[in-house]
Design a protein around this ligand. Sequence first.
Ligand SMILES: Nc1ncnc2c1ncn2[C@@H]1O[C@H](COP(=O)(O)OP(=O)(O)OP(=O)(O)O)[C@@H](O)[C@H]1O
Length: 953
Amino acid sequence: MTKIIARTPVTPPSKIPRMPSSTPGPSRVGEEKIFVTVRMRPLNRKEQEMYDLIAWDCVDDHTILLKTPNHECSTLQYTFDKVFGPTCCTQKVYEEGAKDVVLSALSGINATIFAYGQTSSGKTFTMRGITENAIKDIYEHMESVSKIHPRDFILKVSALEIYNETVLDLLNRESGPLRLLDDPQKGTTVEKLAEEVVKDSMHLRYLISICEAQRQVGETTLNDKSSRSHQIIRLIIESNLKEKSGHVKSFVASLNFVDLAGSERASQTNADGTRLKEGSHINRSLLTLTTVIRKLSDGKRNLHIPYRDSKLTRILQGSLGGNARTAIICTISPALSHVEHSRNTLSFATSAKEVVNSAQVNMVISEKQLVKHLQKEVARLEAELQSPEASYLCLRSLLLEKDLKIKEMEREMKELKRQRDFMQLQLDTKAPKEQKGLNESGPSHQIVKSLSFPDENDLLSGSPSPRIQAVKAAGRQAIVRWSATSNVSSLVCEIRKIDLQQRQLGEEANRALEVLHKEIDSCRLGSQDAARNIARLLSEIKEMQFVSCAPETVKSGDQTNLREEIIRLNSEGSNFSSLEKKLENVQESIDKLILSLTTNVEVLHSKSQAKKKKTLPFSMSNSPNMPTIIRSPCSPWSSSVKATEHERENKSPENDDPVSSCNTTPGQCNASPTKNKGDGSSISSREGTPYLQKTKSVNVRKLQKMFEHAAEENIRSIRAYVTELKERVAKLQYQKQLLVCQVLEMEAGEGSTNETEIVDQSPMSWPSIFSDQRKQIIMLWHLCHVSIVHRTQFYMLFRGDPSDQIYIEVELRRLTWLEHHLAELGNASPALLGDEPAGSVSSSIRALKQEREYLAKRMNSKLTTEEREALYAKWDIPPEGKQRRRLQLANKIWTDPYSMQHVHESAAIVAKLVGFCEPGEHVSKEMFELNFAPLSDKKMWMGWNLLSNLFRL
Ligand SMILES: Nc1ncnc2c1ncn2[C@@H]1O[C@H](COP(=O)(O)OP(=O)(O)OP(=O)(O)O)[C@@H](O)[C@H]1O
């Protein structure tokens, strides 16, 4: 069949019409916004029993507003194409909210009606009625249309459900999970989905009843018969229109009835086990749908729309901003207890209103007709050839035509030859390097393995000949390489930048430690510990220098050979960790140093108190060094300004300060241990020195305090700086992660999204990107069973500061990759898994369980009885058994990724239990690890290791 799409001219967005309601116009084509209606059901029995209040008012046919308690004018009001109140019947909802779109399908325009809303809001109730009304209407119209313009209609039906991200055939349960295929012409299709030819309306109703019976339904607290899957019933309507001219036009359109599963909160549905898992999948795919709708509603044409993030959006892609007319019916509960959820639904509906579709008439010319047409043409040519004159002319034109064809083929051959040479060149330059990688290091083999994902279409299209496969593979590689070239060089450039930053970091650390050395040297505390620490720090300086210099030895290589860069990065992975390790050591040393300094000072202080005569913590011989130390040249110190302030602060008034006067006469002021006279004034211990005898008495305690303070401040500065260095190392690690993620995406053929994603994000403000991405991360943590300690740590640390961008980005990419990977593992047969850890999901779940048990145990020691009781009350933990209650609470935290309040409270509890800082306090981000595993047992958790192992991270 040859498909011709009759395109209509594009209308400027401002002139894009909203389809007028209740005016069926089956042949409407072109750009048009999605038709959005809202239906509010009556209060149900449970809501009535709980004396729930009605929170919403449908003020007119288009407006709904949130009631205020004291009947003041509400500011929260929404306007839609239609608003249906609780007393409105489904027939009316169909007539005014869906009919127009439904009937478009009869004239070759794709159409979709779907219901969206929270669980128990009435989606299935509404869609059932809509489908029933549509069937009746379609058959009536087919009859009446056929009477005016004779047409042959053929109806086919197929039906599927998406249950836990798995596509199942509702008309053929035995077929098992189905795969999605990407067809360049048809878009996403479902492989092997059964299609039944419909005999009449009764037959259609019967088939739909089978789908209903097959669909996954379960009982939840909010709905006895809650749909646990998204259901799509698809009618394919074909028709042939015989025109007066004798031509036959064939039309084909699909009409989708989509009944989505409802969004739900675990806290409201009290779901656990299977229901909880279903709920997570439902929420996740609805989140993607929301994101798709929101991005489409932005109206910017170059935005990357993440259709591929869920099967639902992949299947519905055509209906969301594509070649279809779409009507969405958003259903809400009127209850006050569901007001938050209803607001979410209305905000989704508001975005959906702005989505523009571009419907076309899908006209098909059957091959039979074409054959007939060609036969006629051949007959005509044959007739012409009968006459010699005509045959000469005809031969001449044929010759000319052939000539042109030959020239065209020559051009094509040239181009193909050029491409072949180019590919050969690429292979030649690549082969020895890859060979080398294979022989020399293990990871390269793993990288190659991970980077060459099989093409789904190839796997599915039977088994083409080896030659065709080879050509296809080479072509695909060339395409990947070709399209990725620009990304590759920018990634390589990024890697170089990381190298440079790493070197600079090493140098800075080096400088900082030198200053630290001087500081300690000048302190001369006389402590053996301090001396040992100095020696250790010195050797660490040397080692750090070595580490920081390491990248210098790396050859620059081919600018665009990304794999080599990645292999090189892997080999440098140890540099990062050793740099981190060194910084850890330095931190430790500083801590010890401070400890020894404090004890020394304390000892000195007490001795001076006891004997009334003792040396200062800093001998006067070193005092000329103090300004140098305090005015440290180490630029990155955040406290250098403070240091100068200290210098000023520590300076006594000019005529009263023996130190400053000593500074001006260094020769005369050497090593001056002081003696406290006990009367508050101090004098030099060298009482025999005439100069010192002449000076005013020195307040030893004051001086002691001053130096003590200065030394402590300096060491604090160093400590802060080392912390800062550690943070920067962590950031570099993240940048490296980001590159690895980008490479994985690129190699998986999704690299093109990178650039678009950047374009996509630029117009949005960081806070909204952050909140969006954080929601996705929370959902992904949940789906990938990531350690809750990790979640807490991340949640507490990254709270939307612009500098958090890289962490958020990396976390999101890693999790997205992981989720896809785990889903693939879940769907793959054991034979396909090879050496992949098939039990990774279950071991992660096990680890999570252990982590909850560990947290439950800590509740006794980390929370007071009052705190525990308050939490039990808040989290509805029944008063049965102390240990059980603790475990119940631990099992409840971090289970509702949909509620930010739940997430926030869960994080606060875990933070308290494991001793993280309270929100708002400054927490060093360097403490955050690139590992999703629980702190208690990192080996148990498999997920992230899958990815990190590929690159030996
Ligand atoms: N407009 C309405 N008028 C009367 N009853 C309704 C209406 N809408 C829904 N109901 C009733 O409310 C209950 C829940 O409706 P339904 O199952 O359609 O919700 P849902 O949104 O599909 O839920 P889920 O997402 O959990 O599947 C059903 O008993 C249904 O009969």
